[in-house]
Write a protein that binds this ligand. Structure first.
Ligand code: MIC
Length: 644
């Protein structure tokens, strides 16, 4: 078996491992972060359990770090009280980005992990099966329930050769995005293998596994080999190492990358797959160079830039923003003298966390170019509506910070910094609060902005309403429900956050939609509808406004399940041409939905405005159909408590 098959087989509690068939997996660990975690804790509370049932659950505070008023701070305290009550580790604000801290302190090869963040697969870098999901499913996993998904195809990507100077892990994943695009790995697990692996450290692999999410992959896995052992040893966690290797390089699909032939790459606005060689767009003036985030989290991702700017000054027109990913990395950068070099060169040092990656500060100026080492450049995600964000390696971002224009780092007149991962580093665990050994009756600390989840009715037998929005292809959840400093503080207040639904695409959406809150409306989408972040708010807020069905050409995996979890019907046009025919504001009708779903009969949408009929289908399992009929998994959880 290959690594992915071993991980699945060892955790399989239902179904068979045939691609496309529903399987159920036992989940060992969960990861939640503050922007999605408040709902997870409210959902866990609704199940009426005293204590998490996993081997380990960790709650991080890394997203909503700006405290311009009480809201984010109240959320932090709520999460801390929930951790104390339910037996969850708490990583305090300022301790760093969940994915990197988890790898440093908690990741264990061979384990499964479910996380309420689409970049959870980063832990695949250490031989884990780590999957991103909506918060409700993570709450279920915390309750000891299995995680259900369609058995993905396993896609083997062979790595050969070694990376040339000035080319690093980010260029590997950008090459994958250049080749395969943002839907290239939907319903697939990517497994890297081959001799090239020996040249990639565990943190390099984190970069590649993290941004597998941008390919739409269910997850990415690497073997747990000597590189992972070395990483765990440097973290003082040698005892957690277990070797996990592939027995056979047999996969459902194949690809190969010769690392030696890669060059510095860059994703242009406004999609992670809009990738070109850096030299092809060199010379464009930049406003900002930003390093950090879960997509380039390692010590080397800051040390190499520090060595590049040593004794120099960045171009005075450039804002050089440095976002350490964990407090431990920040501490080590300080001991090793790298922080001083960065500060001296003009870097603006921010606290350890996600920060500007989701528009929590550091928004770029209007129509100005921002080069970032972050994973995503969806429109407006930086916090500036008309933004121009490019994704690149730390080498390219730093070279450009020095020159003031987009620069291929190979053109700098300097030797490639010779950075070697230290054998031992200083370890910092002081901002991690361990769960209580025994159950203690603690009140959950809910500030005034933490509102109960709205109530939803069951699916009616017929649906009629207007098309309130017609979206194009690859619409991301950042466009459905934006992040950013203005919106994120409402993550625990669905009523308020719903005002921001689709504002990125259409400012008038809310005013149109709210009129149909009681009677319901439709949204029509193109391909890969709902790609990107796992935020369940992108389903929950439109549902609160009255969304009952989305009809699209195809869906991204996590958002598709989030729609089902909140009782929204995800339908696919049988004939993609029908997508072209539907117009904004057309009135659509679906008759006998309940009966048709229950009996497995074909569904047809009637367009009353144009007198047309569109055959549609769904690919929901019986379990998922039942959820939608009952108004969503949320209703089942509420009524029945912990589901069995
Ligand atoms: C992201 O990178 O898009 C986020 C912000 O981390 C999200 C989670 C969220 O929206 O809270 C993700 O990746 O799932």
């Amino acid at each position: 078996m290959n690594v992915a098959q071993k991980l699945i087989k060892n955790h399989l509690v239902g179904g068979e491992m045939t691609p496309g068939k529903e399987i159920a997996l036992k989940i060992d660990q969960t990861l939640t972060q503050d922007a999605t975690g408040t709902l997870v804790m409210l959902e866990f509370e609704a199940m009426g359990l005293r204590h998490v049932q996993t081997e380990l659950s960790v709650q991080y505070v890394d997203h909503n770090l700006l405290q311009v008023d009480y809201k984010n701070a109240d959320d932090h305290l709520f999460l801390q009280s929930a951790c104390r009550k339910f037996g969850v580790w708490f990583s305090r604000p300022g301790n760093g980005v969940s994915h990197v801290v988890h790898m440093e302190r908690f990741g264990v090869p061979g384990k499964t992990m479910l996380g309420s963040d689409s970049h959870t697969p980063a832990a695949g870098s250490m031989g884990m099966l780590a999957i991103g999901a909506g918060g409700l499913e993570v709450a279920m996993a915390m309750a000891g329930e299995p995680f259900y998904l369609k058995m993905p195809k396993i896609w083997g990507v062979k790595l050969t050769g070694h990376l040339p100077a000035w080319v690093s892990a980010k260029d590997v994943i950008l090459e994958m995005l250049r080749r395969h695009g943002v839907k290239g790995a939907v319903h697939k697990i990517i497994e890297y293998y081959g001799p090239g692996l020996e040249t990639l450290s565990a943190m390099d692999r984190h970069v590649i596994a993290n941004m597998g999410a941008e390919l739409g992959a269910t997850t990415t896995v690497f073997p747990a080999d000597s590189m992972v052992e070395q990483f765990l040893r440097s973290q003082g966690r040698q005892k957690d190492f277990r070797e996990l290797l592939s027995d056979s390089p047999e996969y459902d699909e194949y690809d190969e990358i010769d690392l030696s032939r890669l060059e510095p790459l860059i994703a242009c606005p406004q999609s992670p797959d809009n990738v070109v060689p850096v030299h092809s767009i060199a010379g464009r003036e930049i406003y900002q160079a930003y390093i950090g985030s879960s997509a380039n989290p390692g010590l080397r991702d800051f040390a190499v830039p520090a060595m590049m700017v040593d004794g120099l000054q960045v171009n005075p027109k450039v804002s050089f923003d440095v976002n350490p990913t964990s407090r431990q990395i920040l501490e080590n950068l300080t001991h090793m003298g790298f922080l001083e070099k960065l500060i001296h060169a003009g870097a603006r040092i921010h606290q350890a966390g996600c920060n500007g990656c989701i528009g929590m500060g550091q928004a770029p100026a209007t129509h100005k170019i921002s080069l970032r080492t972050v994973p995503r450049n969806f429109p407006g995600r930086s916090g500036t509506k008309e933004d121009l964000v490019y994704l690149c390696s730390p080498e390219t971002a730093t070279a450009s910070a020095l020159t003031g224009v987009i620069t291929d780092p190979r053109r700098l007149q300097m030797p490639y910094p010779d950075f070697k991962e230290p054998e031992a580093i200083s370890i910092n665990i002081d901002m991690l609060e361990a769960p209580n050994e025994r159950w203690v009756d603690i009140e959950l600390e809910k500030g005034p902005n933490i509102k109960p989840l709205p109530e939803f009715e069951e699916l009616p037998d017929s649906l009629q309403g207007p098309v309130v929005l017609k979206a194009g292809n690859d619409i991301s959840t950042d466009e459905i429900l934006p992040a950013g400093a203005k919106v994120l503080p409402f993550r625990s207040n669905i009523q308020e956050i719903s005002r921001f639904a689709f504002t990125q695409i259409d400012d008038a959406f809310y005013d149109r939609a709210i009129k149909f809150q009681r009677t319901g409306f439709f949204v029509v989408g193109g391909e890969n509808y709902g790609q990107g972040s796992s935020r369940e708010h992108a389903a929950l807020a439109p549902r609160y406004l009255g969304l009952r069905a989305v009809i699209a050409k195809s869906f991204a995996r996590i958002h598709w399940q989030n729609l089902i979890n909140f009782g929204i019907l995800p339908l696919v046009f049988k004939d993609p041409q029908d997508y072209e025919k539907v117009r904004l504001n057309d009135t659509l009708r679906l008759d006998n939905v309940r009966q048709s779903l229950e009996a497995g009969r074909a569904l047809q949408v009637v367009n009353l405005s144009q007198n047309q009929r569109y055959p549609v289908e769904h690919v929901m399992s019986d379990r998922q159909k039942d959820m939608v009929l009952r108004g969503g998994l949320i209703n089942i959880v509420r009524r029945e408590g912990q589901p069995v």
